[in-house]
Structure formats: structure tokens, C-alpha cells
Design a protein around this ligand. Structure first.
Ligand SMILES: [Cu+2]
Length: 118
């Protein structure tokens, strides 16, 4: 019986530990324009420490990022997005990275032909 109680305590401790390691999710509004942007953003985020996964919705331009709060934070993620040339919520795109984006990935007001798919 004593052994069982000790086992229970050990199991409970490990369970709490894994809960403490849990992930968080954040939605960030970006300036992504096309499928290339989606690939670029998701690839860049996959290299960032503490990011578990990311998925950009081209319809809304919102990227959903799953991350480990012990390793990174929302502002670090926004800065990573800025560094690849995209706006991320209130963070402006890094101007040099933005200039290096293909024309189709820049904002429509910066000379991109507006294509309507409807
Ligand atoms: Cu693009």
C-alpha cells in the first residue's frame, strides 16, 4: 500500500511537471499577401526557438502561433515576423527585409497589381 502511495505521488509530480511545460497560442495580424508569404512566414517561425508550430490563414492574414511561454513570448514572435519583412500587429515590417520581398509579397499600395480572384 505504501508503495502504491509513493507511486501515485511520483506520477502526480510528473504530470504537474508536464502541465507546467504546456504551450500557449497567439494570433498575430500580419501583412502577408500570397502563398509565398505563407511559406516564408511559417518557415521563418519554424527556425525560432520556442515555437512549436504556426499556421497562416491567407484569407485573414492572421498567423496562429503555438509556442512555449518558457522559451519565447509574443513580442519576440512579432519581431521575428518583422525581420522577414511583415507587419505583425503593432510592429512594423523591417524596411530592408520588406524591400527584399518579391513585388507580389509587398503591400498593394506599394505597387503590387491588385488581382481579384472572385
Ligand atoms: Cu507573398
Amino acid at each position: 500500500m505504501k508503495k502504491l502511495i509513493i507511486l501515485l505521488i511520483v506520477v502526480t509530480t510528473f504530470t504537474n511537471f508536464s502541465i507546467a511545460q504546456k504551450t500557449a497560442e497567439i494570433k498575430i495580424q500580419t501583412s502577408a499577401q500570397c502563398g509565398m508569404c505563407k511559406d516564408r512566414i511559417e518557415k521563418a517561425l519554424s527556425y525560432e526557438s520556442g515555437i512549436v508550430k504556426s499556421d497562416l490563414d491567407l484569407e485573414t492574414k492572421i498567423v496562429i502561433v503555438v509556442y512555449k511561454p518558457t522559451k519565447t513570448n509574443p513580442d519576440k514572435i512579432r519581431i521575428a515576423l518583422s525581420k522577414v519583412g511583415y507587419q505583425a500587429d503593432e510592429f512594423k515590417a523591417d524596411p530592408i527585409a520588406y524591400e527584399n520581398l518579391p513585388a507580389c509579397c509587398r503591400l498593394p499600395e506599394d505597387g503590387k497589381p491588385v488581382i481579384h480572384n472572385e
